[in-house]
Design a protein around this ligand. Structure first.
Ligand SMILES: Nc1ncnc2c1ncn2[C@@H]1O[C@H](COP(=O)(O)OP(=O)(O)OP(=O)(O)O)[C@@H](O)[C@H]1O
Length: 307
């Protein structure tokens, strides 16, 4: 039987408003995060995601509600956050004039009193983020991808159990992004709990187990994501006949006249699917695969909010 992951963070009716704001920025948010999982917090710009992260990481104090890290009951909330929680903020949070190593040394000295552990923590953050080639370079001279990795390495140098990442791949090229996603996947394998915001939904699909959708400060949906599920969309020159439809072993949804959709949760079915598509090669106009469960949900929830 699959083991149920223990709850590592619980929010109960958490609310917050900035001074002068007309409405609550975070409005009665209740959530439970599971240990060793990645939860994405998604929503349009300005909907309160970063503010919620600031509350969960102790940077802001809630106006109402509770935040609990039940795993660390022997610690106060402040101590649990100081010892076990790290934040990778959206903006770079390091000293541009210091080298990568000196930045890490500076932040480790703040988070860990035992000096004998410093070198070990710095080295492990460098290794985890693959920063060996730039250890002695000034942060100001790094590429965008390395700067993002340094931002993450500083958070890891604290040896946290829970890591909040606020758009950690903004503004970097696809290969640098892949490197960061793979680093985050490794952290998950090590049992770290990740909380993640991004506007790049394919990243979320690659990494996250649960998705929480926030709209105007409120949770509007909260659900597990089936990363194994793929949706195939294909369009045809004409509507398919019953005989042509029968080529598919799985049920097709007819989206409209010449647009079909099929959801696959077992990749073993791909063989028969490709075989059916190849038999229709004269009719097929376009084929597109996506793990767009998240994207579909996102569009359904927020389509009227685009600016
Ligand atoms: N320090 C602040 N003082 C006053 N208002 C703020 C402050 N920070 C954010 N806000 C406002 O609070 C609301 C929520 O902002 P927040 O940054 O949490 O949104 P977000 O969902 O993270 O947005 P994005 O996706 O653009 O990062 C916005 O209307 C924003 O203008």
């Amino acid at each position: 039987m699959a083991k149920i992951a223990p709850i590592i963070l619980e929010l109960q009716q958490l609310s917050f408003a900035y001074k002068g704001a007309e409405r609550l920025t975070v409005d009665a948010v209740s959530l439970q995060l599971k240990q060793g999982t990645c939860t994405a917090i998604l929503g349009p710009n300005g909907t309160g995601k970063s503010t919620l992260i600031s509350l969960m990481t102790g940077l802001l104090a809630p106006a109402a509600g509770r935040i609990e890290y039940p795993h660390y009951q022997q610690l106060s909330l402040k101590q649990a956050i100081a010892k076990k929680v790290a934040l990778v903020p959206q903006d770079f949070a390091f000293y541009e004039e210091l080298t990568v190593y000196d930045n890490l040394a500076f932040f480790v000295a703040i988070s860990e009193k035992n000096r004998r552990l410093h070198a070990q923590y710095i080295e492990s953050a460098i290794a985890a983020c693959n920063l060996q080639a730039v250890t002695n370079k000034r942060a100001s001279t790094l590429s965008g991808g390395y700067k993002r990795r340094l931002n993450i390495a500083i958070a890891l140098s604290k040896q946290p159990d829970i890591i909040f990442l606020d758009e950690p791949t903004v503004g970097i090229d696809p290969l640098s992004r892949d490197a960061i996603i793979s680093l985050l996947q490794d952290l998950k394998k090590q049992g770290k709990t990740l909380v993640y915001t991004s506007h790049l939904l394919y990243e979320v699909a690659q990494l996250c187990d649960d998705v929480v959708f926030i709209k105007d400060g409120k949770v509007v949906a909260n659900q597990a994501i089936n990363n194994a599920q793929l949706t195939l969309n294909f369009t045809t020159t004409n509507r398919l006949s019953q005989m042509q439809l029968a080529l598919f072993t799985e049920q097709l949804t007819v989206v409209n006249e010449a647009h079909y959709q099929l959801t696959i949760s077992d990749t073993k079915l791909l063989g028969s699917l490709f075989s059916a598509l190849s038999q229709l090669s004269d009719e097929i106009k376009s084929v597109n695969f996506s793990d767009n469960q998240i994207e579909q949900l996102y569009r359904a929830l927020f389509s009227e909010q685009a600016c």
